[in-house]
Ligand binder design. Sequence first.
Ligand code: ADP
Ligand code: ADP
Ligand code: MG
Length: 482
Amino acid sequence: MIRQPENKSRRILITNRGEIASRIAKACRELGHTAIGIWTDNEVHATHLQFCDEWVHLKGSTNAETYLNIDNLVKVIKENNVDAVHPGYGFLSENADFAKRMESEGIVFIGPNVECIKVMGDKATSKQLANQVGVPTVPGTDKAVESVEEAVEISAKIGYPVLLKAVAGGGGRGMRACANEEEVRANFEAVGRESLAAFNNGDLLVEKLIVNPRHIEVQILADKKGNVYHFFERECSIQRRHQKIIEEAPSPFIGDDEELRQNVCETAVKLAKAVNYDSAGTVEFIMGEDKSFYFLEMNTRIQVEHPITEEITGIDLIVCMIQSALGDDLGFPGQEFIKRSGHAIECRICAEDPITMLPAPGLVTGFETNFPQGIRFDHCLYKGLNVTPDFDPMVGKLVAKGIIRDVAVRKMKAALNGLFIEGLKTNKPLLKVIMDNQNFIDGKYSTDFIKVENPNDLVNTDLNHMRFYKMLAAVEARRMGM
Ligand code: ADP
Ligand code: ADP
Ligand code: MG
């Protein structure tokens, strides 16, 4: 029998909010660690606090004053005898200065070593490393282009369409597709300027725009002892503005091509080994219609869509990530223990207009769920939650697991129908339309799905939703004897 050694209990500060803070707190508690949560002036009742053992208050309501304020976080860490910090995703999770500061303060950063964050945090240096070790990259440059003339020259060489891409970009921002030389000339300076303003770095790469591509990524987990494992692939091709909304595992495009699956996963492991990766991370690829695939970037943190991988492998990635950082034993002894079964789909529930797909901040006045078997909902919703423009619009992740893909889709439809969020505008009606789209049902889609199929045109004002609230109002009235 394989046994796991007992671990020492540590004090872990979660420097994040929302669903991921709850998720991390639960993992800390499962491992017997003390979960310390943060609350700020405009989130006194945050859901994650109920899963924490201790709470600290960060004065202020803007992110710059709270979750991004490194000096203040260090003060809190010292005052509370913190042993380790988990940054979640977004905020300081991929900030090499923060990781370095933790190192110098003698605090464990639950993430990879500083060098990994630096090399992989830059789309040029990570592409250079991939090229060095023979991992295929998108045709184009792996160094920032110096001038619009150079960009035009490279574009002519690789052929149009091309993509101008900020080396420091993220969250789908800092990218512009160009169909010809005029468009490169017209956009080059503007993309550079926008990137400088958004990411403090105006450097751009030029690469080939892969047509009708699939976004395929591989979940990696490595420990501090040199072991690197993969947890198979996820497909995240349903996107708006280059940002994911629906993800699934395994990839319907790879399907039962086990040789391709193995090749993609082993390529990701090769790159992770080359950078001495030592935590949970994701290697992203773009795959063409001919199934050739190219490295896009590595995200050196836990990703939003990690639950679908957990659902098909049965392994808790956050637990493993904490064990890895603390130098504790992972829950399994080797790659051969990581098996997959079934199919999982995640829908990101976002506070946004389902037709324009733009953020729609607002107040949650009611929240109920009624889910079938096989559903997991990681969320930060409660009656009274005020989603401000300062927060990420994603308020929850609905995950459906089925023995085969059709079952997962069926369960997701049922789950969407059983999710009631009152007051807040969300993309739920759009997600419902997508679940009914024949090409989605057949697994035939590329990253252009939303642009090509325009599912937002079919969104209606959700009469079911209204009917449910009329019913709730009637029940409430009866309860009050009205
Ligand atoms: P994934 O969803 O695959 O984990 P994303 O790139 O969508 O990865 O980013 C996850 C979170 O981090 C999102 O909340 C996104 O808005 C935020 N994020 C990622 N990169 C940046 C960046 N460079 N600047 C600001 N926010 C970012
Ligand atoms: P980010 O850091 O913003 O996540 P990525 O490089 O991971 O940036 O790209 C985000 C998305 O943009 C991809 O999932 C894909 O849809 C699109 N994309 C990026 N590079 C290319 C490319 N060369 N060809 C086609 N689409 C691309
Ligand atoms: Mg990406």
